[in-house]
Design a protein around this ligand. Sequence first.
Ligand SMILES: Cc1cc2nc3c(=O)[nH]c(=O)nc-3n(C[C@H](O)[C@H](O)[C@H](O)COP(=O)(O)OP(=O)(O)OC[C@H]3O[C@@H](n4cnc5c(N)ncnc54)[C@H](O)[C@@H]3O)c2cc1C
Length: 238
Amino acid sequence: MVSTLMRRFGEKGGRLRLRTGMQRLLLSDDQVAGVVAFDDEGPLAVEAKSSVLATGGFQGNTSLITQYITPHADSLYLRSNPWSTGDGFLAATRAGAAATTHLNCFYGHALAAPPARFSHLEGRGRALLPSRQRNAVPLVTAPFSAVMVRAGITFTCGGLQADLDMSVLRRSLTSSTLSLIKADRDEVSLTPMANLYAAGCDLGGISTRGYLGGLATALVTRQIAGASAMYNAKYNKP
Ligand SMILES: Cc1cc2nc3c(=O)[nH]c(=O)nc-3n(C[C@H](O)[C@H](O)[C@H](O)COP(=O)(O)OP(=O)(O)OC[C@H]3O[C@@H](n4cnc5c(N)ncnc54)[C@H](O)[C@@H]3O)c2cc1C
């Protein structure tokens, strides 16, 4: 499937740049005009009428994990590719994009911690601490088996704010993300950043109330972001 997509991409005039890392947004008159990237030969400016950020979240960035999720970042296992280090999130927020709430939220799994030996225990069942929120089956009947686990992070759930076209949003004025009691949400103005879209785990707020599926989210949001970016490039004159 990937080779078919790559062939179609080339036939349509697309140029795939492998081993090239997006570093920051290229701004012109405060509008996004492409990206600055690095390849083996150094920096290069890639001008574009539309840009889509899809760098896969910030779970690979120890300092962002420490800032937003846990001071024990070094104790986490990374389940994802090691290149998703928040480049999309950082590039957009540095240019004024709004971040979602729940930057401390991530999807992951408990993974057996080496040497991962199972211990078989006798005794009476007790409540688990911290208590399980889902599948909270009581542990009542011995024998029990226990294994040491470590948290494994798959992807971060906080990220960039976007509208339904996957346009990245900017706050005109810096405002609080706490619930408002004295102003309507509408009064906090969030406006689309011209020419900038985001997809997948670079978007925040999708799996913050429960896991919605990583691949489905990436597929749906990439399709919308791609269509919006294409429409913008074709019809929105600079
Ligand atoms: C072990 C594992 C198992 C999973 N199992 C499932 C499952 O069963 N079902 C499910 O729905 N989801 C699953 N997921 C989650 C799913 O894979 C992700 O949610 C999904 O791939 C995220 O898509 P994305 O496009 O946001 O990021 P990715 O697919 O991670 O793509 C981001 C890409 O951007 C690249 N990149 C990063 N920074 C830069 C940069 N600066 N410049 C250029 N490129 C950059 C990265 O190298 C990467 O190739 C699993 C994930 C893992 C790690």
